[in-house]
Structure formats: C-alpha cells, structure tokens
Write a protein that binds this ligand. Structure first.
Ligand SMILES: C[S@@+](CC[C@H](N)C(=O)[O-])C[C@H]1O[C@@H](n2cnc3c(N)ncnc32)[C@H](O)[C@@H]1O
Length: 426
C-alpha cells in the first residue's frame, strides 16, 4: 500500500471529522482501511481513495469505522456524583429553570442514560432537566435509540442496584426503562457541521468526554472554542481524565481538577457572578449535604478498602478507627480538590500519607492537582506511586499516559493506555 495514499486518506478523515487517526493507532487504522477496501470491492488503496473523493456516503462509512465508539454505563461514577452536586447548586439558584445538558459524543447512549439515571436518583423530574445527546456515527445513534444493551456495557463496579432499578432484562439483552429514555434526545451530528455549530442552543452542562484525545492540536482548540460558545456563562464542561491539560490551555478554567470539571471563568469569578445574581448565594456556595456526607464517610472509599492492607500490611493491620480517619482524610482531600482549594487538598493528602505511606488515592489526588497546576514532573512522580501501590488504578494510568505523552514519550503513553483498557476488558 502506497504511503502517500494512506496519508491522503488520513487527511481526508481529519478534514471531515477532525479525527487524528494516530490516536487509535496505526494498526487500528490499517485494519479499518483494509476492511473498507474489501467491502467496497476496490482493488487497492489508490482505487479506494478515488472512490472516497467522489462518494460522500463512503467517506462517512470510513469515518464511522475509524471513530472508536468504546463506552459503558457509569464510566466515571465519581464525576457523575460530582455533577449531581453542581446540578443541585444550579437548581437552588434557579428553581424554575429547566437545566439543559449536552452529551457530546454520546456514542451508543450509555453516557447520557447514566446522566439521566443519576439525576432521577437525586429526585429530579422531567421539568428539571433535558438531555441532548449527539454522535457522528449513525449506527451508534440507532443503538442508543433502541436503548438495548449487552453485558459489555455494564462494566462499572458497584452499580448493580442502579442496573436492577432502571433496566429490564430481555433474554440476553437489557433495556433501559422509559422513565429514563424519555429525558434523552438523540441526534446524528458531526460537531464540526455548520448546522450544529451555528445552532444557538446553549447548555448548562456539557459532557465532552473521550473525543478530544482523538483530535490534533488545532482541532482540539477549534472544538473547545465551539463548546465555549455553547456553554452558558456559569456552565460547566466535564471531560475525561486525559483531557484536562488541553482544556485549561484553551479558554477554560479548572473548577474542580478532581472531577475534570471546567468553567468559562475562574471559581472566584463564578462566585462573584452568582453573588450578583442571587441573594441566596451564601446557601449556594455553602451548599452542604450532611446526609450524603455521613453516608460517604460511613462507606469506605473504593480504593482504600483494597488499600492493599492485606498486601502491604499483613502484619500491621490498622484498627477500625485508624482506617476510618484515613477514609475521612481522603474524603476531605477529595472535597477540597472538588472545590478548587488545591492547597488544602495537597495538605490533606500529605497528612494522610504521614499516617500511612500506602494510600494510593492520596498519591493520585496529588498527581491530579499537580497536573492541573502544570507541575508535570511532580504529577508524574505521584501518579507512578499510585500505580505502584495499585497497578489496576484506571484513572491514574490514563492521567499518567497523558502526561508522558505531553512529554513526548509516545510509546510509554500507548502502553499505559492499553494497560488501562485491559482493566475494563477483563
Ligand atoms: C470513545 S467514544 C466516547 C463516548 C462517551 N463520551 C464516553 O466517554 O464514554 C468517542 C465517540 O466520538 C464520536 N465522534 C468522533 N468524531 C466526532 C465528531 N466530529 N462529532 C461527533 N462525534 C464524534 C465517535 O463516533 C465515538 O462514538
């Protein structure tokens, strides 16, 4: 296959969709390309390129096949819980406003349905919110509309109760209840199409997860300019763990580095903005959920539990009190990080590590907070420690992959991403 032809095909994909085919990897791209050449009965890549240049449908087929649709329900449950807090704050501020949410890209629908379920669980009803969900792949949108899923979409741990409550089993498939689907409106959209970008609809929350990594630098900047226009002034943009550095380099400010949540303005400006809007501001900024907090503290953190107490401390198992103080410290650190109080988050992580050097989540939070401050060396050091203590720490692997990639270590980044992917595949 001629190298030049391949490059021209890749450039066509980039021009039409913004996707950089090097992110899913050369082998993935070649297997997709060979498959399309075979299915269109073309003799070789040159013939196929000719077809692409004259056949609008085939370029769409190729983009569809290249776009990686990988997704699952409650992919980042921590972020979704944080989102619900943001949602409640907004509702306190404007009780009668319908909150508009965008899931872009939504792939086969697992993400927007997860958002709807979390909101329903928090007590929200139809008058409170509406979700638009878009993706470039028509087959993904068709699957999303069918609301029917197989086991592979249910990889998140600790969500069995939600699965039981909001899905009905039909043979080997699971169908999302109507009480959820009625809140989500799907559309087949290329985010760079004028029809979408020029549309005036603004959103209070945008989930823009796991697409930015497939774009080259220019397209990343272009997509973030577009989302900046689509987000309301006090809106929040949520991304995936690997994308935070790109977002803060392009128009947005981290509102919570731990939740990968970004605003158009700094948290201080946001507060000022809210103050001018409402007398209720004190309530909003100090919005507290004692019941939730108590529940959180009572429930051991997912990562502290396996904190390798048995692995690393077989002969020195901490007693219950010691363990729950550590849980409290990590919860506090997380809370500070969520609120944007990075100094306090760092201090709390160090306090936790002073008591026990084996807390993987303390290293992870230090890694995330340092990366949001652009201290990449420090961030890398902490993330490596988190992964050393917990080799299956998905978020830490992804965050570290992005940092080493930024430093030009592409091979290591690819290895880390593959390792992270395997965690969910096993
Ligand atoms: C890895 S999935 C992410 C799904 C979901 N947000 C998540 O995090 O689980 C990436 C999706 O991006 C979609 N996509 C790629 N380019 C796009 C574009 N220009 N406009 C809209 N969607 C696009 C693909 O079709 C694919 O379904």
């Amino acid at each position: 296959m001629n190298m030049n032809t391949n490059t021209r095909i890749k450039n066509l994909i980039k021009l039409k969709s913004g996707m950089d085919t090097s992110t899913p990897g050369e082998n993935y791209f070649l297997s997709v390309l060979n498959q399309r050449i075979k299915e269109t009965n073309c003799a070789n890549a040159e013939n196929y390129l000719e077809k692409l240049l004259s056949d609008k449908v085939e370029i769409e087929n190729l983009i569809d096949a290249t776009a990686v649709p990988e997704t699952w329900f409650f992919r980042d449950h921590t972020q979704l819980k944080g989102f619900v807090d943001y949602f409640k704050q907004k509702k306190l501020h404007s009780p009668d406003k319908k909150i508009n949410i965008l899931s872009l890209p939504c792939s086969s629908g697992e993400e927007p349905y997860s958002i709807a379920i979390c909101l329903l669980e928090s007590g929200a009803t139809a008058k409170d919110f509406s979700i638009d969900a878009v993706d470039i792949r028509p087959d993904a949108i068709a699957k999303a509309e069918s609301a029917t899923y197989r086991k592979n979409s249910f990889r998140a741990k600790d969500c069995e109760d939600l699965f039981k409550k909001y899905f009905k089993q039909q043979g080997t498939s699971y169908v999302v209840n109507h009480s959820v689907t009625e809140h989500v409106h799907f559309k087949h959209v290329n985010m760079f199409d004028l029809k979408f970008s020029a549309h005036e609809q603004e959103y209070d929350f945008i989930f823009f997860r796991n697409l930015l990594i497939y774009f080259d630098t220019d397209t990343q900047a272009r997509s973030l300019r577009l989302l900046h226009r689509k987000l309301t002034d006090t809106g929040i943009l949520f991304t995936g763990p690997a994308e935070s550095l790109v977002v803060t380099a392009n128009l947005f400010n981290a509102d919570s580095s731990y939740l990968y949540a970004f605003g158009k303005t700094s948290p201080e400006q946001q507060k000022a903005l809210l103050k001018t809007h409402s007398k209720n501001v004190k309530k909003i900024l100090h919005f507290n959920r004692p019941a939730d907090k108590a529940e959180k503290l009572a429930r051991p953190s997912k990562r502290i539990k396996p904190l390798n107490i048995s692995k690393h401390q077989k002969h020195n198992r901490p007693d219950k009190d010691k363990k729950s103080s550590q849980i409290n410290r990590i919860e506090e650190a997380r809370k500070y990080a969520n609120q944007g109080d990075l100094e306090a988050a760092i201090a709390m992580c160090h306090e936790s590590l002073n008591h026990d050097k084996m807390i993987d989540e303390a290293y992870y939070i230090l890694g995330v907070v340092n990366s949001s401050r652009n201290n990449l060396e420090e961030s890398e050091r902490y993330l490596r420690k988190a992964i050393y203590l917990n080799p299956e720490y998905y978020e830490a692997l992804i965050q570290l992959a992005y940092i080493v990639e930024t430093k030009g270590k592409i091979e290591e980044a690819t290895r880390l991403k593959k390792r992270a992917k395997r965690i969910y595949e096993t």
